[in-house]
Ligand binder design. Structure first.
Ligand code: C2O
Length: 579
């Protein structure tokens, strides 16, 4: 029985169908799935010591939600910790359900200690690997988990059904208290302390101290295909990932199918996900295989955690021979600053673009064009204090088009919905740099000083938007994984150096560009994206490197209601938290 489509406006038709055909209950288009999330403090031992971290239901990583396309999710979140909390369902489009999106002070005020909020949303037209995470301060360092959307019953993958599916969620671990790390950085204006380790499914693996008991082991059989659902939930680092002596086939990124291609090394930015097929060997090998992740960074040594996390791929031997005796093979990962690897890998990604899974690229001329610079800079140190920015009188900051985003004291979406924007935000986000310069030329000594504000870019409903995201090399050229809430976008072009508006658009791919929700703006390079603003609300766009996010590398789109009832943002739920 394959799925069939019914006009949603004709419910009586559904009734008559179900009277005619005996449909197993699992094929009912929409199921409601309830979850209870208790945010609580939990003791966890890693790196030779125990610390108390914020978790959901005492689990680290948090609960894995396995749901199905078209399901409605009702997640009741209760805050039992001494911090404000919000949760975000990363990559979920939240069509007309912006109240459930989650970024603090953007779509909601935080859930305060002792309070509850119910996230209520429906998964429309999406299937693949996603994740959920805290979206306030740096709490997502420990508050995250996989969100897996299976295709509708009867709808196969566009590749052979894997024997097993395995979520692999990469994270980042600090010995210190995470909230102390970021609050110290914001007070001093210096860079936050780098992490001490990376994790695979919360485990550190054999290359760290006191972690030989904490190893993620994937036990496999020979001659099978496993689908790894890889998620980068690390706080600050893009990561290379590889499994020794095994090729991986990339079949999906950010919950969208791609034209499959083979890779022995994957590059995945914070906020990105990817489904990878791993074919096991034809016969049982006399070895076990490390899977490893470690950073891609163009920063100076010391500005990133250069450690490696490992898990183990083990073949289940029928004779149950001791695995300890088997030699352990390790993969070879690129150099930390291998930017040409990053460019080659990104260049391989193409939408599947079949009839069943078309690439709905907004074609023709866009209605609105934007050119955004993305990078680091400085803000002045508060009067009468000494800062640890690039100079004593500056603090590190980051911005889009020189506007370092100032988080308001109340939620933007409420202010918009109730027409109370005065004193909260303005709608004058610059569409182009106000003072253009050579963005990727010899490192400029000027231009580091940023402005700041809560400035939004307003878009009429259904605007066809094109944005060129231009990296800068002020205070160092870095790759910035930009994440857009509320939409997927198509990556229609990319290049190194400065974007050339006269010549580069000729090479834009409007046929099968990759569709995703997080794209790495190359170090000292640019990407061009397109999306259709068909989802009314206030939607954050930001660098998914938490250090940069805290420094203000974010902005928000305000997508206005359309004229039809189905094009309007519904009123907020009655339990929406107050600031
Ligand atoms: Cu995964 Cu705004 O974040």
């Amino acid at each position: 029985m394959t799925s069939f489509l019914l006009p949603p406006s004709l419910p009586f038709l559904i009734i008559s169908y179900s009277m005619l055909i005996v449909v197993p209950s699992t094929t009912v288009a929409k199921q409601i799935k309830h979850f209870e999330f208790n945010v609580q403090m939990t003791n966890v031992a890693r790196l030779c010591s125990t610390k108390s971290i914020v978790t959901v239901n005492g689990q680290f990583p948090g609960p894995e939600l396995i749901v199905r396309e078209s399901d409605q999710l009702i997640v009741k979140v209760t805050n039992h910790v001494p911090y404000n909390i919000t949760l975000h369902w990363h990559g979920i489009r939240q069509l007309r359900s912006g109240w459930a999106d989650g970024p603090a002070y953007v779509t909601q005020c935080p859930i305060q200690t002792g309070q509850t909020y119910v996230y209520n949303f429906t998964l429309i037209g999406q299937r693949g690997t996603f994740f959920w995470h805290a979206h306030i301060s740096w709490l997502r360092a420990t508050v995250y988990g996989p969100l897996i959307i299976l295709p509708k019953i009867g709808v196969p993958y566009p590749f052979p059904e894997p024997y097993k599916e395995v979520p692999i969620i990469l994270g980042e671990w600090w010995k210190a208290d995470i909230e102390a790390v970021i609050s110290q950085a914001l007070q001093t204006g210096g860079g936050p302390n780098v992490s001490d380790a990376y994790t695979i499914n919360g485990l550190l693996g054999p290359l760290y101290d006191c972690s030989t008991q904490d190893i993620f082991k994937l036990k496999v059989e020979a001659r099978k295909t496993y689908m790894l659902r890889l998620i980068n939930a690390a706080v600050n680092e893009e990561l290379f990932f590889s499994v020794a002596d095994h090729n991986l086939t990339v079949v999906d990124v950010d919950g969208v199918y791609v034209k499959p291609f083979d890779a022995d090394i994957i590059l995945i930015s914070p906020g990105q996900t990817s489904n990878l097929l791993l074919r096991t060997k034809r016969s049982y090998p006399n070895a076990a295989f490390l899977m490893e992740a470690r950073p891609y960074s163009t920063g100076l040594p010391g500005t990133y955690d250069n450690t490696t996390v490992a898990g183990v791929l083990e073949y289940e031997s029928r004779t149950a021979a001791s695995h300890k005796a088997l030699p352990l093979r390790a993969p070879t990962l690129p150099a930390f600053n291998d930017t040409s690897f990053a460019a080659n890998f990104a260049g391989k990604l193409r939408s599947l673009a079949t009839r069943r899974f078309p690439a709905r690229v907004p074609r023709g001329d866009p209605d609105r064009r934007f050119f955004f610079t993305v990078g680091i800079g400085t803000l002045p140190c508060p009067a009468n204090s000494t800062c640890q920015g690039p100079t004593n009188d500056t603090m590190f900051a980051a911005a889009i088009n020189n506007v370092s985003f100032v988080t308001p004291a109340t939620a933007l979406l409420q202010a918009h919905y109730f027409g109370r924007s005065r004193g909260v935000y303005t709608q004058d986000f610059p569409a182009f740099p106000e003072a253009p310069f050579d963005y990727t030329g010899a490192p400029p000594t000027t231009n580091a000083a940023l402005g700041s504000g809560t400035r939004l870019a307003a878009l009429p409903f259904n605007t066809k938007v094109e944005v060129v995201l231009q990296g800068t090399n002020i205070l160092g050229a870095e790759s910035h994984p930009l994440h857009l809430h509320g939409f997927n976008f198509f990556v229609i072009g990319r290049g190194s150096g400065n974007f050339d508006p006269a010549n580069d658009p000729a090479s834009f791919n409007l046929v099968d560009p990759v569709e995703r929700n997080t794209v790495a703006v190359p170090a000292a390079g640019w990407v061009a994206i397109r999306f259709l603003a068909d989802n009314p609300g206030v939607w954050l766009m930001h660098c998914h490197i938490e250090a940069h996010l805290s420094w203000g590398l974010k902005m928000a789109w305000l997508v206005q209601d359309g004229t039809l009832p189905k094009q309007k943002l519904p009123p907020p739920p009655s339990d929406l938290p107050k600031c």
